[in-house]
Design a protein around this ligand. Structure first.
Ligand code: NAD
Length: 488
């Protein structure tokens, strides 16, 4: 048991630095677990500070070399080629991600397609970001230049490795930065294959360096490194806060995406047939381990009993099983994540909350897998822990409200603010709600807009700050220089 990536022509125990695959300085490895069975599939590298040092140095060198000399158009072409190669291997990437993360195969496939889409989008956008001329005093010509930050550090979680790599590394490379990528120890495999694909597509040496390892070792070394000029982090609030402190020490910009407790607000005039699949899917997709999961469903009082019954019916039809079986819901990523989620369910029972319905764990789910039945919970106050904390599991809470004012108060009543959905046919109300909701994205009569690489994404409050996706990410991954020429 060791190398799990021989089908892709690489060794899963290696990291990628300065255009070459090789072992870490220590040669140490970490186990890669299949969450569907709990079994160890093989090993990945356990990178540490020395490897991060080498990776940052390689990225710095790349900025002075072939990569740094490329025009924006040439960078764009490389990214588009990466996207094409990803599309050619979508099925292989999907199967690998399904095994590594435990997400149902079709969801993993959608992530692989999204990765390709990010490469196409940022490849196409690379030469379309430009400065401006600014009218100024007589005798001056003033213009702005958008320049790369330099070396960018990307610390990525395990829940959507391909999508998060696509949106953050894609945008950073498009702007001419050189990247160091630290995937999550729980799920590094598609990051490694993506890196190999980028190499095959002709990405110059040092432009992307990938070092798997533990958060407190490789992750901390990357976030604290004085040679890194920008940090992008997606993950938990406590670690995000540490990353921001490390960035502050080195005085570098940081983008934080830290999850949420995102509501969908359903008014009495909503189209329920349209809303229902979104309401449930947004809570249980990827077993609820989604930063933008809709874990709170706010229902207007006159609709409450009727909709709760329809939601319960949907929940009773949810099937849970191994990723490869491609049922509605897969396992959680790990035993420790399962413990966190079942802890919340124990608290719900202890506090006498209403377990409105649960999905079913299929008989084919191996005993060692980290399965939790999707659970719909009602009968709780908006300030209950289950209605406030990010559970990161397939658990949704249902909260009634009287009117628009109360809906806004409940929706905005957590520390988070990532996304929100509003279901109503009243156009004026849609506009008012979109303004009043405290978050980074609002969806009117839909939820998630099918991912949307084009759509800026990020949070307010404890959901983080900075924007990834869309053109906003290109501004975030670049620095603006103003040039003022006095020519009389
Ligand atoms: P985490 O924040 O610990 O890990 C995310 C990434 O940060 C991983 O690559 C990890 O190796 C790295 N990391 C961990 N400690 C680090 C450190 N000291 N310095 C630098 N990097 C470090 O998240 P987790 O432990 O995998 O999950 C715990 C909780 O975080 C979940 O229950 C969930 O609430 C939340 N989470 C949110 C998202 C999201 O998309 N917003 C993703 C994953 C986890």
């Amino acid at each position: 048991m060791s190398n799990i990536l021989s089908d892709f022509g690489i060794d899963s125990r290696h990291c990628f630095i300065a255009g070459a695959w090789g072992p870490t300085a220590s040669g140490e490895t970490l186990p890669a677990e299949d969450p569907s069975s709990g079994e160890t599939m093989g090993e990945i590298a356990r990178g540490a500070a020395t490897d991060i040092d080498r990776a940052v140095a390689a990225a710095r060198t790349a900025l002075q070399g072939e990569w740094g000399r490329m025009t924006a158009t040439e960078r764009g072409r490389v990214l588009v080629r990466i996207g094409q190669l990803v599309l050619e291997q979508v099925d292989q990437l999907a199967e690998l991600e399904a095994r590594d993360v435990g997400k149902p195969l079709s969801q993993a496939r959608a992530d692989a397609v999204a990765l390709a889409r990010y490469m196409e989008f940022y490849g196409g956008a690379a030469d379309k970001v430009h400065g401006e001329t600014i009218p100024f005093n007589a005798g001056y010509t003033v213009y702005t230049l958008r320049e790369p930050h330099g070396v960018t550090g990307h610390i990525v979680p395990w829940n959507y490795p391909m999508q998060i790599i696509g949106r953050s590394v894609g945008a950073a490379l498009a702007m001419g930065n050189a990247a160091v990528l630290k995937p999550a120890e729980e799920a590094s495999l598609t990051a490694l294959v993506f890196t190999e694909i980028a190499r095959q597509a002709g990405l110059p040496e040092g432009a992307l360096n990938t070092v798997p390892g533990l958060g407190e070792e490789a992750g901390a070394a990357l976030s604290e490194h004085s040679g890194v000029n920008h940090l992008s982090f997606t993950g938990s609030v406590p670690v995000g806060s540490m990353i921001q402190a490390a960035a502050a020490k080195n005085v570098v910009p940081v983008t934080l995406e830290l999850g949420g407790k995102s509501p969908q607000v359903v008014f009495e005039d909503a189209d329920l047939d349209k809303a229902l699949p979104f309401l449930v899917r947004a809570g249980v997709q990827n077993a609820g381990q989604t930063c933008s999961a809709s874990s709170r469903l706010l229902i207007q009082r006159g609709l409450y009993d009727r909709l709760l019954e329809r939601l319960a019916e949907s929940y009773r039809g949810l099937k849970v099983g191994p990723a490869i079986a491609d049922l509605n819901v897969g396992p959680l990523i790990s035993g420790s994540q399962k413990k966190i989620v079942t802890g919340f369910l124990d608290l719900a029972r202890q506090d006498g909350l209403q377990i409105a319905a649960q999905g079913e764990i299929s008989a084919e789910a191996p005993a060692g897998g980290h399965y939790v039945a999707p659970t719909l919970i009602a009968g709780l106050a908006p300030d209950h822990k289950l209605a406030q904390d990010e559970i990161f599991g397939p658990v949704q809470v249902v909260l009634p409200f009287e009117d628009e004012e109360e809906a806004v108060a409940i929706a905005n009543g957590t520390d988070y603010g990532l996304v929100a959905g509003v279901w109503s046919k009243d156009g004026d109300r849609q506009m008012r709600m979109a303004r009043k909701l405290h978050c980074g994205q609002v969806f009117l009569n839909n939820y998630g807009a099918a991912g949307g690489a084009e759509l800026p994404f990020g949070g307010v409050g404890k959901s983080g700050h900075g924007r990834e996706k869309g053109f906003e990410a290109l501004y975030g991954f670049s620095s603006l220089k103003t040039v003022a020429a006095h020519h009389g």
